[in-house]
Write a protein that binds this ligand. Structure first.
Ligand SMILES: [Zn+2]
Length: 91
C-alpha cells in the first residue's frame, strides 16, 4: 500500500474539494442538521475514504443516540449488569 494514498491532506489535485479539516468541520454541522451537505463536501467524501467512513460512523452513532433518547428507558443489558454488580458486592 502506498503511504501517500493514506494522507489526503497532501492531495492538491482537487482544487474545488475540501481538505480533510474543512470536511470535518462541515461533517459535524451536517450530522447536527445545522447545514446541508454541499457539492464540495460530497465530492470530498467520494475522494476520501477515511472521511466517508467517519461520516458513516458518526451518522450511525447519532441515529442510535436519537433512538435511545426517544425510549427514555435504560437498556435491559445495562440493568442486568448493574444488578449483577450490586449482588456481587453484597456477597
Ligand atoms: Zn478527507
Amino acid at each position: 500500500m502506498d503511504a501517500k494514498d493514506m494522507n489526503c491532506n497532501s492531495d492538491q489535485s482537487h482544487e474545488h474539494s475540501y481538505t480533510c479539516d474543512e470536511c470535518m468541520n462541515v461533517l459535524h454541522m451536517v450530522i447536527d442538521k445545522e447545514t446541508d451537505a454541499n457539492e464540495e463536501f460530497k465530492q470530498h467524501l467520494k475522494d476520501c475514504l477515511p472521511c466517508l467512513e467517519k461520516y458513516n460512523l458518526d451518522s450511525a452513532i447519532k441515529e442510535v443516540l436519537a433512538k435511545k433518547c426517544d425510549q427514555h428507558e435504560p437498556p435491559q443489558k445495562l440493568v442486568h449488569e448493574i444488578k449483577d454488580k450490586i449482588f456481587n458486592n453484597v456477597e
